[in-house]
Design a protein around this ligand. Structure first.
Ligand code: NI
Length: 199
């Protein structure tokens, strides 16, 4: 007989929340695509001024001339963030020399805990190419809003918290404008193939 271990229950709730988020997000993306067809340009993205994992200031303007592959998440994320970052890192590796045209960027939605040094330790596990960005809570709220990223903090046991967030990998063009969006279900090969169409 299979019994759910009590320790797993929070994860099951988290998974349910993520699935609910996907449904919500899918609706939002459909609305976004409808808008794009009408105006010829998606209203996703915008200026940011943040700090990278080495403590260096970085703005969106620093990446003009290169594509930005942007993912929002947080280092304490138990599930989808590590998977997405693994897919992004592996997909970029598969691009070979073309990888130089892409800046893979991880923007934290948990700036209180994700300091530059935490980002540095975490991202080093995935790829030396990954650029991690953090900032003040206000700066992070602003960039999340520009990218239409849903972020919601939920208290957990022991005074801790988790952060529900949209699960979208954005490709922004060399001019900083929205090009396409993906998710980790493509896998490294699928994402690499999708990126190559634009490079
Ligand atoms: Ni996550």
């Amino acid at each position: 007989m299979i019994r759910t271990k009590p320790a797993l229950i929070p994860y099951i709730f988290a998974l349910a929340a993520i699935l609910a988020g996907w449904v919500w997000q899918a609706g939002d993306q459909m609305a976004g695509l409808g808008h794009m067809v009408q105006s010829g340009e998606a209203d996703i993205g915008g200026p940011f001024s943040l700090i990278d994992q080495n403590g260096k200031p970085r703005t969106d303007a620093d990446f003009r001339g290169r594509y930005m592959l942007i993912y929002f998440g947080y280092t304490n994320c138990p599930d989808v963030c590590p998977v997405s970052l693994g897919v992004i890192a592996d997909a970029v590796e598969r691009l070979g020399p073309q990888a130089a045209r892409i800046a893979p960027i991880f923007i934290t939605v948990d700036p209180e805990r994700d300091t530059p040094s935490i980002l540095q330790q975490y991202l080093a596990v995935f790829s030396p190419k990954l650029i991690g960005l953090t900032g003040t809570p206000k700066e992070i709220r602003q960039v999340a809003r520009e990218y239409r990223v849903y972020v919601a903090k939920h208290p957990t046991q022991g005074g801790n918290y988790s952060v529900d967030h949209s699960n979208i990998i954005y490709l922004m063009g060399p001019n900083g404008k929205f090009v396409a969006n993906y998710d980790e279900t493509l896998g490294p090969d699928g994402l690499a193939a999708a990126l190559k169409k634009h490079l």
